[in-house]
Design a protein around this ligand. Sequence first.
Ligand SMILES: [Zn+2]
Length: 244
Amino acid sequence: MTEKPVDNEGERHSVQFGGRKIEFALVWRNRAHLSIDVHPDRTVIVVAPQVHSLQEVLERVRKRAAWIVKQLDYFERFEPLPPPRKYVPGETHLYLGRQYRLKVTKSAKDDVKLLGRYLHVFSNQPGDNEHTKGLVHGWYRAHAQVMFERRLALCLQAARGLDVTAPKIIVRRIKTRWGSCSKRGTILLNTELVKAPVDCIDYVIIHELCHLKIHEHTPAFYRLLSRCMPDWEHRKARLETIIL
Ligand SMILES: [Zn+2]
């Protein structure tokens, strides 16, 4: 899927399936196809073409209900979700699939460094968690940009047969997508992806590179993806089990 990322907002609706109530957020977009996504935090997001009626959308969601429930149950196995980060010392934070413990030290100059098993924040306001959060986010952003560009160069080399020109990479915090690609050839990657192992990062990059050739998720798209990255399904499954 390559549509623009949607956040968790949207109209709230639900359908019944057996004894279960499936709740979902509905977002209307100017696009041709309806998509249903179930996310690891067990939110269900439906993006529907503006020309659809609500009745049509509910019908489509009902038809996919068995699949939605299966996805929800799958993600439930990974509960409990970690509590939201508070940016206090001792907390663990992920980088490239490895856990680092947050350390905060008073310093005249703000800085963040990965030192051994620590994500070490040097802060002029060490007691201020919001300040720490800002520093950590800035560090992730900067590292995401560098890391994604490095991986992109390697992915382009590995998938030489793909024959695409290097796209511009934009890194941004997105709630519900790891990546997307625009028809103008820009790839948008989620800052959070830098928390995942390199194998998973490469999967998202290759997936989006394939979209530069074939925009929709057609069988031809998956054939191309498999040719560029034969083990993509394994990487995708791994990415889906990561709880950030
Ligand atoms: Zn896609």
